[in-house]
Design a protein around this ligand. Structure first.
Ligand code: FCB
Length: 441
């Protein structure tokens, strides 16, 4: 890696991130069915119809996984607490699920790691999906109840709590593009989910504040929309794409407004009275989490209905996901967010990483591509700090190879390789490279 810990301000956190359904093994401990279980069981949605029933069996192996985090010299662990594990039917608390997170929290703290919790990383109980999931306003209130239950159990020991992970994925990717659970392609469902997920953030913030919780915020994914060329059409299309993927969320949360160019498409489909929710959605937060992976080159698609934008593959080096590698985009977002939206509010890079077709050879995994990727992105964050962005930490996605949603177990994002037959963990060369870079001198 081309940086050292001492290049960063004192207290800057290096960590790694995971999410419950992707690693735990949802068949254990009385967890309820989630919409991902049924989405995966439907032909054509997920590679080989794989699901999170076993995943990395982190449910039983979390001690070993946390040891690896600690041994790397990391300072924090970002994880999610599954709603369907805590409330299998969407309303009744599951004591075993609560005990699991209680134990996990203590295990994180025992290793000197700061717990960074995410309340919703897509583990929607099927019972609530049956009622319309995020298209139904009632799901917001049910989510509030879950926030109360899990916070009463472990909130006293959290360093930081994020309400929702990547609302764009929850709403647009899942209800408009159909790539994630529940796999809908419907503009009315999308407009409702786009609003209700923001309101769920607001509802969670209200409940957390009622309990006096500090360091509360949200994790958004930022998608760099680069105009394909210098035509006006491409500029307008990229602007609309940016408004849908990025501004809809960050503007609502920090300013209480929605971008007009997105309302132009969604207005007829929005839930009645949405304007009255904007105050709750835009209540103060303590930090903003930034997930960043790639850029998209955008132009218009005049033959398609609204939004009429098209994504054209670019020519930068690609990851195993076929995502272009573009560290400059991370710099651009961190500086833009501090300039236009959050000022001095702490920013965390809550996810950044890459998938590669990693193989264990002679007991080791050689992944120089990932080492370079991480190094280049961390250096982009460092430049953003020098230019005024208040970036407080960087979390690699992901600690472990895991269930990569619609891609099943095929795409390997981990710093630690997982053999999905034996569940053996093998730290990759990038893990050791990061460990050396962040070692205290
Ligand atoms: C993000 C998700 C995370 C993981 C990475 C690769 O969109 O938050 O769960 O799938 O992408």
């Amino acid at each position: 890696m081309q940086f050292r810990r001492s290049d960063f301000p004192e207290g800057f956190l290096f960590g790694a991130a995971t999410a419950a359904y992707q690693i735990e093994g949802h068949k254990f401990g009385g967890a309820g069915s989630t919409h991902w279980d049924t989405f995966a069981a439907t032909p054509g949605n997920v590679i080989r119809a794989e699901d999170g029933a076993l995943a990395c069996d982190h449910y039983h192996r979390f001690g070993e996984d946390l040891d690896l985090l600690q041994e790397a010299g990391m300072g924090a662990y970002r994880f999610s607490t599954s709603w369907a594990r805590v409330m299998p039917d969407g309303k009744t608390p599951n004591p075993k699920g609560l005990d699991f997170y209680d134990m996990l929290t203590d295990a994180i703290l025992e290793r000197g790691l700061k717990p960074f919790q995410t309340l919703y990383h897509w583990e929607l109980p099927s019972a609530l999906a049956d009622q319309g999931g995020w298209t139904n306003r009632d799901t917001v209130h049910r989510f509030g109840e879950f926030v109360d239950v899990i916070t009463n159990k472990i909130g006293d020991r959290m360093d930081s709590i994020a309400t929702v992970n990547e609302p764009w994925c929850v709403a647009f990717l899942s209800h408009f593009l159909g790539h994630h659970a529940p796999g809908l392609r419907d503009i009315r469902a999308t407009a409702r989910a786009m609003h209700h997920i923001n309101l769920a953030h607001g509802e969670a913030m209200t409940r957390l504040r009622d309990k006096g919780m500090k360091n509360c915020g949200i994790v958004l994914n930022f998608d760099h929309a680069t105009p394909l060329d210098d035509t006006q059409e491409s500029a307008a299309a990229a602007n609309l794409q940016d408004a849908i993927s990025n501004r809809w969320f960050v503007e609502a949360i920090t300013k209480g407004t929605y971008p007009t160019e997105v309302l132009a498409g969604f207005a007829p489909h929005m839930p009645d009275g949405w304007q009255d929710d904007m105050e709750q959605i835009s209540q103060p937060i303590d930090f903003l989490g930034v997930n960043y992976y790639t850029r998209h080159r955008i132009t218009s698609d005049p033959d398609a209905p609204w939004p009429g934008v098209r994504d054209v593959p670019g020519d930068l080096p690609l990851t195993q996901m076929d995502w272009e590698i573009y560290p400059q985009g991370l710099y651009d977002f961190l500086t833009r967010l501090s300039r236009e939206y959050v000022g001095d509010l702490p920013l965390y890079v809550t996810e950044n990483g890459m998938a590669w077709d990693d193989k264990v050879e002679n007991g080791a995994v050689f992944d120089p591509e990932r080492t370079k990727f991480v190094s280049d992105h961390i250096l982009a964050a460092k430049r953003a700090i020098a230019d005024g962005a208040n970036v407080k930490g960087f979390f690699y996605w992901s600690l472990l190879d895991n269930y990569e949603w619609a891609f099943g177990y095929e795409k390997r994002f981990g710093m630690i390789h997982v053999d999905f037959d034996t569940l053996k963990r093998t730290p990759k060369a990038s893990y050791y490279a990061l460990k050396a870079a962040i070692a205290r001198e």
